[in-house]
Design a protein around this ligand. Sequence first.
Ligand SMILES: [Zn+2]
Length: 75
Amino acid sequence: MKPSTNHREGASSQMELSIKCPTCGTSTTYSKTNESRPFCSDRCKTGDLAAWASELYAVPVADKSSEDEDNQDID
Ligand SMILES: [Zn+2]
């Protein structure tokens, strides 16, 4: 076994990553202090969730696989 020589480990825990808000594209910080991460604000966070939810509800449920018929347990 080789001894791991990863000196960068630990540095990432304190580092603040600069990202872009997935909702509005505003530069924000991905850190523990940012409660809305990876979004820039709570509004963007909830707004994205709402969009995601509505998208989910918009999908028609037509893909119903009949596993019951295919899984007959005949003894
Ligand atoms: Zn945003």
